[in-house]
Structure formats: C-alpha cells, structure tokens
Design a protein around this ligand. Sequence first.
Ligand code: FE2
Length: 283
Amino acid sequence: MGIARNLSPSQLQSFQTQGFLVLESFASHEEVVAMRTRMDQLLHDFDCSSTASIFSTKNQQRTSDDYFYDSVEKISFFFEEKAFDGDGNLKQPKELSINKVGHALHEIDPVFKRVSSSDKVSSLFISLDYKRPVIIQSMYIFKQPGIGGEVVPHQDNSFLYTEPTTCTGLWLALEDATIINGCLWAIPGSHKNGLLRRFLRNEEGVHFDRPLPSYDQKDFVPIEVKAGSLVVIHGDLIHQSFENQSSKSRHAYSLHVIDTVGCEWSPDNWIRRKVDPKPLYVS
Ligand code: FE2
C-alpha cells in the first residue's frame, strides 16, 4: 500500500490518555484556501428559496426530516436556528445563515474529496490500527458570527455506532478557532468512561435513548487551534462548543471515520446508505 503511520508513539500515547490530539499544520495554507474558496462557490450556487432545513443540536428531533436523512449521500445545506425572523425571512445574507453543509462533500466534491482521501488522512488511521476505514460523513461547519449555534456536550459514537465502537472524528480548522469565536471544548480522559447514550432512528424519527447527562463545565478545557490544525477526536470523548457571539466566523471541516472490519454498523443509526462507502484503504 505504501502509506506509513504518521503518529509518533508519544502522540499515540497522548491520544489514548486525553481522548484527543492536536496536529498543527496538518493541512497546508493552499488546502485551507482551496476548501474555503470551494465552499464560497457552493454557497453562491445554493438556491435557498427551495429549502429551509434548520440544524440544531438542542432540538434534534424537530430538525430531522427527509432532507436531513437524504443528505447522507448529498451536499445539503442546513440553516442556523437564529437565521430567520418571525416571518420566516432570513435576517442576513444566505452566506451568513448556514450552520453546516453535509454529509457527503468528501464523496461528491473534488476539492473536499482530495483532502479527505489524502495519504495523510489514511496514514492517521493506519497509526490508529484501522483495518478498512470508511468516512461515514463529512461536514463543513461555519459557526457564523453572532448566530453560530452551540453544539451541546456529546460523544460521536452516539450518532455513528458500530459494535464494538470504532468512530473517530477529524476536525480541521479552516480559520483560527478561539474561545472568542467558539472553539471546541472537551473533557480530557472522558473517553475512558465509555459511551453514555445513543441516537436512534426508527419509523417515528430519531431520538436519544437516554437524557443528556449533566456535566460540570469546570471539567472542560478549550482546544484553541490555528487554521490548518487538525483535532483528532476519540468517539467516546465528551466535547462541545459554545455559541459564537463574536463578529468572527469559525469555519471547520469535519470527517467521521468508522472501521468496517471486526465490527458491525448498527442498523438503527440515523445514517442509512444506499451505496456502501469506499474504504480509505484495506490493510
Ligand atoms: Fe462531535
């Protein structure tokens, strides 16, 4: 295969201890600019009169509809909850109203596909001993100035469950992420306590099987990173981000990867693919 591991023993150990790892300058300046420019174009071409699907992690049941389900194999646009006025009209330009774009940029769009399936991404998963990893979803997250909604504390394995669990999140900063504009926060070591709840889909829609656990905010640490840095997130790590009340956006591109050897994709996950995703590699 010719792709080598790219994590050092100390990086691996830090990931295993903390449940997350920051890789500075993972993406080049050119790659960051290419992704941001491409997203500018996708937004420009998006006809927002045809759709108004809102994304909220606070009220996920309400926001799950066919547009959401079908986005698994498409490039779909989800608005911020606070983007609209009382009459249902956008309060600001569409470019500043979108919460995220998902969930198949990595498969459909050439610019995002190139970065997502690059050797450096594969090398990461070789380092983490994945046998046949697949990217199960991708998201471009805007965290818009003033209205960028919070993402409540969660574990990625809740949403992308395999038995046994194998999800790892990659979160690539496309702008500097700071406490001011809504960077990630995580509870170091929280991945060691296992998965606390699951997000299930059935005929009626989606729901969590347990209420949101209460967390002590003092346990969270901010993960402030420069544009181009990658945060690798263990699937059981408890993480969140706050509303962006600043005047600066905080763009990021995220991928979630599961293994497909030695584990089973759960049929009650919200993602139901018509076509099996291609693996990054087969070891
Ligand atoms: Fe997450």
